[in-house]
Design a protein around this ligand. Structure first.
Ligand code: SF4
Ligand code: SF4
Length: 80
């Protein structure tokens, strides 16, 4: 599924979500995800709280989350 968040696009590919550990749930400080025990996948429950920090994308070993069009920390430092 894909969602627009301002100029950014947040994509969660459910079929790829298979680490079984919910690493992204732990990484996200905004409570955007729930981890479902059955099936062992996440559910996106609170995307309006997402601050596009990309921590979830970084920790996901299965590349199930991808964020495009968001500013990186380097962009922010460069004043973009
Ligand atoms: S880290 Fe990736 S594979 Fe693991 S629960 Fe989160 S989205 Fe799914
Ligand atoms: S980008 Fe950051 S705030 Fe948004 S869902 Fe991922 S970890 Fe949570």
């Amino acid at each position: 599924m894909k969602w627009k968040l301002g100029k950014a696009t947040f994509e969660f590919i459910k079929d790829k979500c298979s680490c079984g550990l919910g690493r992204c749930v732990e990484a996200c400080g905004q409570g955007v995800f729930d981890f479902l025990e059955k099936p062992q996948k996440i559910k996106v429950v609170n995307l309006t709280q997402c601050i596009l920090c990309r921590q979830c994308e970084e920790v996901c070993p299965k590349k199930a989350i991808s964020i495009q069009g968001a500013l990186t920390m380097q962009d922010i430092r460069m004043g973009k």
